[in-house]
Design a protein around this ligand. Sequence first.
Ligand code: F6R
Length: 349
Amino acid sequence: VNGACMAAEIEEQPQVFERILREGRPRILEVAQAIRRRQPRFVLFVARGTSDHAALYAKYLVETRLGLPAGLVSPSTVTIYDTHPDLRDVLFIGVSQSGGSPDLIEPMTRAHACGAITLAVTNAPESPLAQAAEFHVDVLAGPERAVAATKTYTAELLSLFLLVEVLGAGAPSYEGGEAVESLPQRAQAVLALDSEVGRLAVRYRFAEQLVVTARGYNYATARETALKLMETSYLVAHAFSAADLLHGPMAMIDRGFPVIAVAPSGQGSSALRPVMERLRELRADVLVVGGADACTLGTIGLELPDLGPEILTPILAILPLQQLAWHLARERGIDPDQPRGLQKVTETW
Ligand code: F6R
């Protein structure tokens, strides 16, 4: 079957969460405690593609949970412009499934030389990125064969969540508490939406463009959804923070323009409300992926079960959107396992 790998990897995510919580957690705790003793004052992330979206989520976590400034670095400042930044007191985190792209390895090596505490979060413990960093966390997603990353993304999200929580508290007392332990069951419940998602995918069979929007922690979900749709289904999908959408791009939205709004729960979703009202006035074609309330604001809704505390929702809300990318590719006659012109490990410089 076309897309068999990607489908299996999407389905596997509850087991991956289980594995991280059971087997990965002790190592994450150890690494986070060692880093905590060094008292970083700033956190920088380096990543590309899907992993960059995991880093974006983690950047929000560092800001909200640790109260520290955080940023995403531009690899080109090292690989093209050869800078030697002052990185004392900086925690420098490289996020990557493969740990193989030269423009992650070089900044990581440079960060170490420039005084940063370095950590690689990868699905490849033997990779050059893992070896270039002082600390390493294995996200334990298992081999991923489909070109489109799915389980490695959520494995990165969960690993980074656990890491940041321990960096803050020094012990595993998580925001969301019990909800962390129930992630595997919740993921299973979300994945059960698959046939409904399949029906929704038909709506986008001939779509040429699409906007995905969200606010807060799920901005990462919007970005990742757009990437998944572009690489599996070849439509032009652009993600905007709902705030940024108002600062100009809203002008391109008119009647029938397809928009996906990700609004699972919490303050991030409430902040999306005025934008959804504006989209409704414009008669855009809005699919809301979220709670029952939010769904009433859209043209159509994919109602999610209770995903628990907002901070954990990115780990779950992406699941039906990965399924959407899979179904849409097949609707359009594309094999989602083999997007044209892409390879599993993309090497950029
Ligand atoms: C998207 C995808 C790519 C990778 C990117 C980074 O599905 O697979 O965007 O995420 O090439 O690769 P890693 O994480 O191996 O550094």
